[in-house]
Design a binder for this molecule. Structure first.
Ligand SMILES: Cc1cc2nc3c(=O)[nH]c(=O)nc-3n(C[C@H](O)[C@H](O)[C@H](O)COP(=O)(O)OP(=O)(O)OC[C@H]3O[C@@H](n4cnc5c(N)ncnc54)[C@H](O)[C@@H]3O)c2cc1C
Length: 404
């Protein structure tokens, strides 16, 4: 065996991936970074910049080219999320809600008719999408969801219920709803009493679909909109049902895997930026006649952050490389990497503030925003506790994963 494999950079495994990273990095430097602080401060979603992601082919990153996408893989998804989150995790969260939670889900699970009808619009940025799973009373306990759909005799469906915490659920402060919602609703129960879940594609303008409220005053992720959605006798035609009624559990679970890898990649971007900021600052700042990097306690902050950053990077790209977007089966690592990366990123951004003292606590120096944004990653897309539960369950069935 030759030694070529030693040269593989798992974060940039092909030239296409490297070029993608370079392109996104340039875009972030020129367009994302200059607006991040202001949009966080004013809790504003930058819709114009968001649509530009479509021009760069990023909104349909994982969608086959025949539907208007870039046809790339989970590693590409991680690259884009890492680079955007280096500068603006909230903007990236809006991107993730659209590109991974709605668009990728449709690309993997929709019918040909649905894909040709909808994907070109969401890949270009003409339409903004979201995914609605959580409810005011049910988050982790997702199968408890109460939003229900009943099919009428004429074949149309009537949907009733509320969805909560929906990223991109409102696209502005006037309560304009997303153009398309990937909505999960209860359509029955199996013989063990568990909810049967069906996916509906809800389009702006459908009767009975509205924004309940935009949620203000979030701790972090303030430049992404979060909203409550209301479905009040919302009438949906049968062509907007995805797959077989009652059969959405599989694609819900499958898409959660890429969501979790995407969120872990966001943590990676936060970790890299925070480490970069603290490392530079530790050389610039002097105290007691020394650079502060000469102090052992500062060295602990930097040393531990480097080691954790490297571990996140390896785990994110290793998990992405072994993820096939069309298949479920990587829950152990998609939960594992999100569990590890999100808390590590939060700790690294916290250390960055500590190293930077008073300056670190001020918006202009970026890391306090990353610290606030990082906390959401421990909650959204599955809480830390849900990952611990899933991993422990999966290791019962798959003990060999430890020994191989
Ligand atoms: C900014 C933001 C954006 C979001 N975007 C979206 C979105 O786009 N779409 C969407 O559908 N949802 C979204 N969410 C919702 C998010 O996924 C939920 O908040 C999350 O799943 C947790 O649900 P919950 O808030 O209802 O908390 P709960 O599920 O009520 O959990 C409360 C606490 O109890 C713990 N807990 C619950 N069950 C167990 C258990 N069995 N064992 C141990 N501990 C348990 C939890 O871990 C947590 O610590 C978003 C949330 C936020 C804050």
């Amino acid at each position: 065996m030759g030694d070529d494999w030693r040269e593989l950079d798992i974060a940039n495994p092909t030239q296409e991936h490297s070029m993608l990273r370079e392109m996104v990095r340039d875009f972030v430097r020129e367009e994302v970074e200059p607006q991040a602080l202001e949009h966080d401060k004013h809790e504003k979603f930058n819709i114009e910049l968001f649509r530009k992601l479509g021009e760069y082919g990023l909104l349909g990153i994982s969608v086959p080219e025949k539907y208007g996408g870039a046809g790339m893989d989970a590693t590409a998804v991680a690259i884009v999320n890492e680079e955007l989150s280096y500068s603006d995790p909230a903007f990236c969260l809006a991107y993730l809600a659209h590109a991974q939670l709605m668009v990728n889900n449709l690309a993997q699970n929709g019918s040909e008719e649905q894909k040709f009808r909808i994907l070109p619009k969401v890949c270009s940025g003409e339409w903004i999408g979201c995914m609605a799973m959580s409810e005011p009373g049910y988050g982790t306990d997702v199968l408890g969801m109460q939003t229900s759909a009943v099919q009428k005799e004429d074949g149309n469906w009537l949907i009733n219920g509320n969805k909560m915490w929906i990223t991109n659920g409102a696209i502005d402060d006037q309560g304009t709803p997303a153009d398309i919602v990937w909505l999960y609703a209860r359509t029955g129960e199996d013989d063990k009493g568990r909810a049967q879940i069906t996916t509906f594609l809800i389009e702006k303008g459908m009767d009975g679909y509205a924004v309940g409220q935009k949620i203000y005053d979030k701790s972090g992720m303030r430049a992404s909109n979060t909203a409550e959605l209301v479905f009040d006798n919302c009438l949906v035609p049968p062509e907007n049902v995805v797959g077989n009624p009652g059969g959405s559990m599989t694609h819900m679970m499958r898409n959660l895997e890429i969501e979790r890898i995407g969120l872990a990649a966001m943590a990676l971007g936060i970790a890299r930026r925070s480490l970069s900021a603290m490392n530079k600052y530790a050389s610039e700042r002097e105290a007691f006649g020394h650079q502060i990097r000469d102090f052992g306690q500062i060295q602990r902050h930097i040393g531990e952050s480097w080691a954790e950053y490297r571990a996140i990077r390896a785990y994110v790209y290793d998990t992405a490389a072994s993820t096939n977007l069309g298949l479920a089966g990587n829950r152990l690592d998609s939960d594992g990497v999100k569990l590890f990366a999100t808390t590590a990123a939060k700790n690294i951004s916290d250390r960055a503030i500590q190293v930077m003292g008073g300056y670190g606590y001020v918006g202009e120096y970026v890391v306090e925003r990353l610290w606030r944004d990082s906390k959401l990653l421990e909650i959204g897309g599955g809480t830390l506790e849900s990952h611990q539960k899933n991993i422990t369950r999966d290791l019962v069935k798959n003990h060999d994963a430890i020994e191989r």
